[in-house]
Every structure is written in C-alpha cells, then in structure tokens.
Design a protein around this ligand. Structure first.
Ligand code: HEM
Length: 213
C-alpha cells in the first residue's frame, strides 16, 4: 500500500519535472497559468488545482509517455472470452501494456513529442482535463474497472499539488553546462518505470522572500 502510493507519485513527479525543465516553453506556460490563477503573493492551495488546466495537461501528457505502472499489476481472466478476434482461455495471466497504449501511432500523432497542448479541451467547451482514463480510455495511468487504483483521486491531488508548488515557487534549469534538450529521458522497467538516472536541476526562488519562511 505504501509503495503503491509513494513510488508511483514520486516517479510521476520526477518525469513531469524532467519533461517540463527539458521544454522551457512548457515551463513558461505552466508558470504563466500559476501566476494568473494563484497570483504571486500567496502559495498554491488545493482549491486552485481544478483551475490549472495547462498543468493538468502536463500531468496527463506525463502519464501518456511515462506511465508509473507500465504493465499494470498482472491480472487473471476468470472465464474464457474473445477479444478483438483473439480467444483468451480462463485463468490466463493478462498484462496491460500502458506504455504502448500511450505511444500507439493509430491513436496519437507525433508520439515521442512531449506536447501537453494535445490534451486541451476544445476552446469554449469549459471542459475539465481528465487525468485518469476518462471516457476514451486513450491512457490508463490508474487502470480501469474493479481493480483500478483506489488511490487515484488522492494520487492526482498529490502530484498536482507538488508540481504546482515547485513550479510556482521556483524557476528551474538544468545544471551548469547542460542544455535543456540534453536532459536525458532514459527509463528503467520494473513494477514502476523510473528515470534511469535521477534528475539533477537548479532551482531559483521566484516569489517574495516572506513566502518561503
Ligand atoms: C500518481 C499516483 C498513482 C498512480 C500512477 C497509481 C497507479 C496504480 C496502478 C496502475 C495500479 C494497478 C491497477 C491494476 O493493475 O489494475 C494501482 C493499484 C493500487 N494503488 Fe495506486 N497509483 C497512485 C497512487 C496511489 C495512492 C495515493 C494510493 C493509496 C493511498 C494507491 C493505492 C493503490 C492500491 C492499494 C492498489 C492495488 C489495488 C488492487 O490490487 O485492487 N495508489 N495504482
């Protein structure tokens, strides 16, 4: 339970930080939105999160490219079934490849590009960006159905809150001598899919000093 809650959130945060720092244009848009929604004279609160549309797109895009659970938890079919022409006998061990789902060229264009804008709801629709699978099941960061992650709502809040605070309070850049586009995105497969090498980045405060007390 503790690993299911902490490792998944930490891995997601590190991937989101990596992709945003690698793409300074995205960082600028995230910070513009934070300054517009939160302002610069207070810290982010949980009630702000629903209004951070672009940051929600960043998290959804992070889940598309770097799902914390690349093969979910193995499941077993309880009865024989047919799926897209394939016979699946009862008691078959089933793995759901969420990594491939997020990079499926029949579903997504420009699959390797980190482009949060692709998740923006149509202009004027007032739609909220769904971070879980939503109605279209095009990503499955928390799985779906009866064995779906029971901590999904909390997980989304934890990830959004951490990222919003880190991007609101600090400017971020790669360490001296490294260019943004050189930040590596090598991953390691396992129960979760962390970065192969931890992200190293420099933080500079961007709010008034009294907010850091
Ligand atoms: C960003 C954060 C999180 C992500 C991406 C995530 C993702 C997942 C995924 C993919 C599964 C497997 C579901 C399946 O295979 O069908 C899972 C299961 C689970 N998660 Fe999460 N999770 C997150 C946060 C949390 C939190 C905060 C908690 C608890 C407070 C939690 C508790 C669990 C538990 C108990 C299971 C096992 C459920 C079962 O087997 O029935 N998770 N999670």
């Amino acid at each position: 339970m503790i690993a299911a809650a902490t490792d998944t959130s930490a891995v997601t945060n590190e991937w989101a930080m990596t992709e945003v720092i690698k793409h300074p244009g995205v960082l600028r848009k995230v910070q513009e939105e934070l300054d517009r929604v939160v302002g610069t004279d207070r810290l982010v609160q949980e009630s702000d999160l629903a209004h951070l549309t672009y940051l929600r797109c960043v998290v959804r895009e992070t889940f598309r490219l770097h799902p914390a659970g690349p093969f979910l938890i193995p499941h077993e079919s309880t009865m024989a079934t047919k799926l897209m022409g394939y016979d699946i006998p009862a008691k078959t061990r089933v793995f759901i490849n969420t990594y491939a789902l997020g990079r499926n060229r029949r579903v997504w264009d420009d699959v390797d590009a980190f482009r949060p804008e692709r998740h923006l709801p149509p202009e004027g629709s007032g739609g909220r960006v769904e971070i879980s699978h939503g109605a279209d099941f095009r990503i499955l960061p928390f799985s779906a159905g009866k064995r779906r992650c029971p901590g999904a709502r909390l997980g989304v809040i934890m990830v959004l809150m951490a990222l919003a605070t880190l991007f609101h309070c600090f400017d971020w850049s790669p360490p001296e001598g490294v260019r943004c586009k050189e930040i590596d995105t090598e991953e390691v497969y396992g129960m979760t899919m962390p970065k192969a090498k931890p992200l190293v980045a420099a933080a500079r405060p961007r709010l008034a000093p009294n907010l850091y007390d």
